[in-house]
Ligand binder design. Structure first.
Ligand SMILES: O=c1ccn([C@H]2C[C@H](O)[C@@H](COP(=O)(O)OP(=O)(O)OP(=O)(O)O)O2)c(=O)[nH]1
Ligand SMILES: [Mg+2]
Length: 152
């Protein structure tokens, strides 16, 4: 079932020159976000830039959040990923959705106005309250971690 999320269009090109983000297929998890730029922007190797999307959302429901993820083609083929690796959009954030793009590759990458530069996925959230204890009820794993079970 589709969930309604309030959106503010901050750049008038959204909805005309650049389409509003939509799911590309019925099974898509991500909505592609576009770089709301006035002119093409060169992202040099190693460079990070914060790009506007021209949109603000207010998720409002604390049991939801959104994450911004790289697009696999940009990340794998061009080395264009996110400066924060993953962006987290809080349910009470009302500012513009921003995308930190990082060229971790070896060649300059030109971001065109309206180019799909990242994707956003809505995710369920559980807010936890801490219950302070002296000892945990024992579990199968216990304190083992960080590869303690080996590689095969
Ligand atoms: O890629 C991103 C990541 C975050 N945000 C916005 C939404 C999010 O709710 C807010 C704060 O993000 P976060 O909590 O990750 O950043 P912070 O460095 O902890 O800043 P703050 O002190 O504002 O929480 O910034 C974006 O627009 N794009
Ligand atoms: Mg924060």
């Amino acid at each position: 079932m589709m969930k309604k999320i309030d959106v503010k269009i901050l750049d008038p090109r959204i909805g005309s020159t650049f389409p509003l983000p939509t799911y590309a297929t019925v099974g898509s998890a991500g909505l592609d976000l576009r770089a709301c730029l006035d002119a093409a922007m060169t992202l040099n190797p190693g460079e990070t830039q914060l790009l506007p999307t021209g949109l603000a959302i207010h998720i409002a429901d604390p049991s939801l959040a959104a994450v911004i993820l790289p697009r696999s083609g940009l990340g794998h083929k061009h080395g264009v990923v996110l400066g924060n690796l993953v962006g987290l959009i809080d349910s009470d954030y009302q500012g513009q959705l921003m995308v930190s793009v990082w060229n971790r590759g070896q060649t300059p990458f030109v971001v065109e106005p309206g180019e799909r530069i990242a994707q956003m996925v809505f995710v369920p959230v559980v807010q936890a309250e801490f219950n302070i204890v002296e000892d945990f009820e024992s579990s199968e794993r216990g304190e083992g971690g960080f590869g303690h079970s080996g590689r095969q």
